[in-house]
Design a protein around this ligand. Structure first.
Ligand code: PEP
Length: 259
């Protein structure tokens, strides 16, 4: 982390877990144990039907609510889809885009990711754009090449004055929901590489200002060490964000001296 130049962000991704009633219960518990210090931004990205309950519960708090996906189109005949202006109107501040589960299971391409990032920015949402390699790609030594391509294609057309609004989440696919975490060194190596791609695409100032998160089995035990890395500005957290005590411990791990 480097709080001097950029925001630290701890973001939860609930995936397809919790009902609206369970959301209310979770938020009540979370509020009762939320640390007072404001050393990081906090986001909780929840299933679409849970957004109203989450927004209502967290209205007077510092927790921003987000969605887990959006459609790039503004409106129209897209049954089952949700547009970015709907998310804004519902009270969302964030939206996860290009999670590996959406890329793998629902065929999302880098072009889809790019269209969604542009639509989210246009609507005033903060996109959390995910990237990451498979185990095969890592073993084949093409992690850097693959992620550079995902970043370049995902950010295509994002103007200079909007790039700092984008949060990038590095999530090695082999570490998501598997209990396998990238070592702090492995995660740092890729996050630093991502920052260098942003430097080449934009500028040193923008690269220094953008928040890059790590995601992949981050939990209350390993968060401190991962967040101690200079280019890891927070976490995108799946499983551990479903338990208020664990999520709070990760928030507390973001309260450490930074470079
Ligand atoms: C995720 O879904 O973004 C994620 C990182 O999941 P987990 O923390 O459960 O590995």
């Amino acid at each position: 982390m480097n709080r001097k130049y950029r925001k630290t962000v701890i973001a939860g991704n609930w995936k397809m877990n919790k009902t609206p009633s369970e959301t209310k219960e979770f938020m009540t518990q979370l509020k009762s144990i939320m640390p007072k210090g404001r050393w990081c931004d906090i986001a909780l990205c929840v299933p679409a039907v849970c957004i109203p309950a989450a927004v209502r519960a967290m209205r007077e708090t510092r927790v921003g609510i987000g969605a887990e996906n959006c459609n790039a189109k503004a409106s129209g005949a897209y049954t089952g889809e949700i547009a970015t202006n709907m998310l804004v109107d519902a009270g969302c501040k964030y939206v996860i885009i290009g999670h590996s589960e959406r890329r793998e299971m629902y065929g999302e391409t880098d072009a889809d990711v790019n269209a969604k990032v542009l639509a989210a920015l246009e609507a005033g949402l903060t996109p959390i754009m995910c990237c990451g390699e498979t185990l095969q790609q890592r073993e084949a030594g093409i992690t850097a090449e693959h992620i550079t391509m995902q970043i370049k294609l995902g950010l295509a057309g994002v103007p200079e004055d909007k790039i700092r609004k984008v949060i990038i989440a590095y999530e090695p696919i082999w570490a998501i929901g598997t209990g396998l975490t990238a070592t702090p060194e492995q995660a740092e190596e890729v996050c630093e590489m991502i920052r260098s791609v942003v430097r080449k695409l934009y500028s040193s100032k923008n690269a220094r200002a953008i928040s890059i998160l790590y995601g992949g089995s981050m939990n209350d035990k390993n968060a401190y060490e991962l967040l101690a890395q200079p280019d890891i500005d927070g976490g995108l957290i799946g499983g551990a964000s479903l338990v208020p005590e664990k999520f709070v411990k990760i928030i507390e791990a973001a309260n450490q001296p930074t470079v």
